[in-house]
Design a protein around this ligand. Structure first.
Ligand code: MLT
Length: 267
């Protein structure tokens, strides 16, 4: 895949930019990088321009010390699209933290959007207890390093993470988490803890929105995602079998089929 480096403010993005056709922006979850979308990049780059950055501070994208809010990431992405000359509205496809950024992108850059895909993500913000837990986690990762984060996350990211058939995939995600900058993990936690509630925006979403979830997702549950889908006027809802939180990676064929059908639907 063709990767480029693009400077936006204090961030130097590493971004996959491949293919031509209607553009799709793939935005990864926390604390991951572009590689979680590998099967989508391979498949959709045949008919679309696929743009897939490592978010500021994650993967190979370096950034400065400013807070990593969901809003600031959305702003950076809007600037990135301008910088790489994406001059038509995009499909924004964000998973989990990438979805939190997606709500902000809709709120502040609606004219750059054709469709939104909310994968394994929540619209609600954190309860006070969850936000408190994130602040504690942000402090501890600085002292303990990433191992406890990786262990705790791996169990929740996959459906049946201990299935030997999944070892290769689990190991690759583990390697990504372990090589993520600890400071970015801490700042990402704070940014997510401070995000606003996007539920109130759902009924005014004036574009097609696909909600995709793994049937066994314990982080962003099917019940909650289905409920959110009922609030958006032009929504579709897809629950992927035998998948947890990383549905595009765990079940790429079914995920890609669902996404392609959604893209081919007349708006
Ligand atoms: C993610 O996958 O991006 C995280 O699970 C999001 C979160 O911690 O809320």
């Amino acid at each position: 895949m063709k990767k480029r480096h693009v400077a936006i403010g204090e961030t130097i993005f590493q971004v996959v930019d491949e293919g031509s056709g209607p553009p799709i922006l793939f935005v990864h979850g926390f604390p991951l990088d572009h590689s979680m979308w590998r099967y989508q990049l391979e498949s959709f780059s045949r008919h679309n321009r696929v743009i897939c950055p490592d978010l500021p501070g994650f993967g190979q994208s370096k950034t400065g010390n400013s807070p990593l809010s969901m809003r600031s990431i959305a702003e950076n992405l809007a600037q990135l699209l301008d910088a790489i000359a994406v001059d038509e509205p995009i499909v924004f496809c964000g998973l989990s933290m990438g979805g939190y950024v997606g709500w902000q992108f809709w709120k502040h850059h609606r004219s750059k959007l054709a469709r939104l895909v909310a994968c394994n993500t929540r619209a609600a913000n954190d309860s006070p207890e969850v936000a408190r837990g994130r602040r504690i986690a942000a402090q501890s990762v600085q002292k303990t390093g990433n191992r406890p984060v990786a262990d705790a996350m791996i169990e929740k990211l996959f459906y049946r993470f201990d299935d030997p058939a999944k070892q290769h995939m689990v190991d690759s995600v583990d390697r990504v988490i372990m090589s993520t900058d600890s400071d970015s993990i801490a700042r990402g936690q704070i940014g997510m803890a401070q995000r606003p509630d996007a539920t109130r925006w759902l009924e005014s979403m004036d574009l097609p929105v696909l909600f995709v979830v793994g049937e066994h997702d314990v982080i962003t549950t099917p019940e909650e995602m289905k409920q959110n889908a009922t609030l958006v006027p032009r929504s579709r809802y897809l629950a992927i079998k035998n998948a947890g939180h990383l549905s595009p990676l765990e079940q790429p064929d079914e995920f890609n089929r669902g996404l392609r059908e959604f893209l081919d639907e007349v708006a």
